[in-house]
Design a protein around this ligand. Sequence first.
Ligand SMILES: [Zn+2]
Length: 261
Amino acid sequence: MYDIGLFLSALTAGALAGSFLNVVIHRGPSLWGLVDAPDDGHGDLLWPRSYCPSCRAPIRYLHLIPIVSFFVLRGRCADCGARIPLRYPLVEIAAALHAIAVLTIFGPTIAAAFAALFGWILLALAVVDWETGYLPDWLTGTLALAGIAANTLSTFAPLPAAMIGTAAGVIVFWAIGAAWRRWRGVEALGLGDAKLLGALGAWMGWEALPIIVLTGSLASLAGVALSNLRGARIGAGDAVPFGPGLALGGYLVFLAGPLLS
Ligand SMILES: [Zn+2]
């Protein structure tokens, strides 16, 4: 068992990472030209410092504390009272829980640091796809490169398997998408989904691709069923973003690996 200092460090690092992910999620899609800039302009990822999109007041330093500030402020801007989306604390909490999960599974190792990065980038991808319908190349590309970097030391998979996995993930999914388009005439899988699967292959190697696709499909189906239970009417012919399900599936398979072995 690790000591409380390590635990608190992981918690803090995770919450801070989540805070940065919120900036990426808010500003990234318009910065990368995928969607129109939000009303408050998109800035870049590091500048200007965080401010309220409604009244443009800079967020006071005391109110930049991840997770805590949201509850202290009761979910509202300290200056104008505009509602802060629940997504902010949820992303910070998820990023912090992930940091604790990887510390628990991998211990204080390089593998844990890479695994933390893996989950954080996936989290940003899932939320961006959920909100915009896009899986930005900047994020899938960073995820793939980080996976290859981690596996130069065979941290999670042998390097050749990781490189084959990257290529196979993109090509297989792209081919399925193209075949489906010809057969049914609808866009079922975007190229972004193919790149995400390739990036997951970079982390886990080609052998893991079938189980990732299966788990990702089940997660997507569960998501659709849950939405329908809550009143949405999503039918077989409707386009559903596959990215969040695929990200969740990839995440579960990644963490299950060391737990099961
Ligand atoms: Zn405000």
